[in-house]
Write a protein that binds this ligand. Structure first.
Ligand SMILES: Cc1cc2nc3c(=O)[nH]c(=O)nc-3n(C[C@H](O)[C@H](O)[C@H](O)COP(=O)(O)OP(=O)(O)OC[C@H]3O[C@@H](n4cnc5c(N)ncnc54)[C@H](O)[C@@H]3O)c2cc1C
Length: 380
């Protein structure tokens, strides 16, 4: 299915060059992965699991990349490259220090995808003199549940821009006030602020506050295993009536809004005033504060509930700077000999992200890097 009109930022210059194919149930999701995996298994390419690369080995004089030091069971494993090294070990979705240092507007953020992308490729590339680019660009933030028991986030159904739930629901920040249209269809975490698409404001800790009607309506989590680490890998079996998650403390309960506020550490008067204002606006049929159009229902029926939400992201875009030949560059623009990269580790997306562009870039730069490294002279 070819939908060039479905691209994420059609208003930006150059958007007509972008062509998007999206058909998840037929070609996407795990089908894409299985196809990619078959290219490796059919050619018997060995994959060393649980052997993370830790260091690039560089010739002290020529600065060529000779190979990699990896670790297996706590011991170093040295792997000599035949012609060169292609870094493809993803971004820094699960490195909280890098997130604080590089991503705008978030003091922490959790991945909805793999928790094993911890910025190792960035550390390795920096150590051999690479420049970095696009470190402040990421596909996020959105808001999701993160619990200590599991490494990635849970997507909450009532926050989906198109899904309607019975009952009342708002999201508040640490001051007990709302801060946005909770049902806005953001673009990978970007919203228009003064006419510019910018990262969504996520004042942490944030709480989704809702009433008994929403609690009783359906599971709050979408466990359909079509995308994301938690549904596909963790496969947590969320209870149909949300009672198990209430029991675990992932959802908090209060007989009144003020009780609930005390339980989650918010000012009872502030949260009470926010709910009162929201309820009055729903009665008038208009969210005068943020223009929300969906689920304009009051928080009417107690007891009341709250779930803490965390900033969540799909992936980061930054990493070592590469050129059109997929060669990793130094700050002066010269390539580091025999070092290449592909994928989201130093992706080409600098400011915003045209949705679906990451896999496309993996294919394009994977091929470019592969061809160019194969054309290098083999070590004797
Ligand atoms: C929920 C979700 C939905 C998405 N939807 C889309 C979409 O519709 N279209 C699209 O284009 N993109 C989408 N993306 C983004 C896209 O999937 C990724 O950007 C892309 O898969 C990145 O591929 P990669 O090979 O660069 O990195 P990854 O696929 O992240 O692979 C990196 C690998 O490196 C491994 N690794 C990490 N550190 C080391 C180390 N030190 N040594 C060795 N290995 C290491 C990791 O374990 C991981 O297996 C989505 C992402 C998520 C999470």
């Amino acid at each position: 299915q070819h939908q060039p009109e479905g691209i994420e930022y059609p208003e930006l210059p150059g958007a007509t060059c972008v062509h998007k194919f999206h058909d998840g149930p037929t070609y996407g999701y795990s089908f894409t992965w299985k196809r990619f995996e078959s290219f490796v298994t059919e050619r018997n390419i060995p994959v060393l699991y649980e052997t993370p690369g830790r260091e690039l080995i560089q010739d002290g004089e020529t600065r060529e990349i000779i190979g990699v030091r990896a670790e297996k069971d706590g011991k170093s494993v040295f792997i000599k490259a035949r012609r060169g090294v292609v870094l493809t070990c993803g971004g820094f979705e699960n490195n909280q220090e890098m997130i604080r240092n590089y991503l705008p507007g978030v003091s922490y953020c959790y991945p909805s995808g793999t928790p094993y992308n911890e910025g190792d490729g960035i550390a390795m590339a920096l150590s051999v003199g690479a420049d970095l680019w696009h470190m402040n660009n990421f596909a996020g933030p959105s808001m999701a549940l993160k619990v200590p028991e599991f490494p990635a986030t849970f997507s909450i159904q009532a926050l989906h821009f198109a899904k309607e739930y019975p009952g009342g629901m708002i999201i508040v920040g640490p001051d007990g006030g709302r801060f946005y249209d909770e049902k806005f269809k953001h673009r990978h975490g970007k919203v228009p602020i003064n006419g510019v698409w910018s990262p969504m404001h996520v004042p942490t800790p944030m709480f989704m506050v809702f009433d008994q009607d929403m609690m009783s309506a359906a599971p709050l989590y979408n466990k359909n295993p079509n995308r994301g680490w938690t549904p596909i890998i963790t496969r947590y079996d969320w209870s149909d009536d949300n009672s198990a998650e209430l029991e675990k403390g992932w959802i908090k309960k209060g007989e009144t809004i003020e009780d609930l506020a005390r339980t989650i550490g918010l000012d009872p008067a502030a949260l009470g005033a926010t709910v009162e204002r929201w309820n009055a606006q729903t009665a008038a049929g208009e969210d005068a504060d943020f223009g929300r159009k969906l689920m304009l229902s009051p928080l009417a029926k107690g007891p009341f509930y709250a779930m803490e939400l965390s900033p969540s992201m799909i992936n980061t875009q930054g990493g070592p700077r590469r050129n059109e030949k997929a060669r990793v560059l130094r700050p002066d623009g010269t390539p580091i000999p025999r070092l290449y990269s592909a994928g989201e580790l130093g992706s080409i997306y600098s400011y915003l992200y045209q949705g679906t562009g990451n896999i496309g870039e993996c294919l394009a730069f994977g091929r470019i890097a592969g061809r160019n490294v194969a054309a290098e002279t083999a070590w004797s």
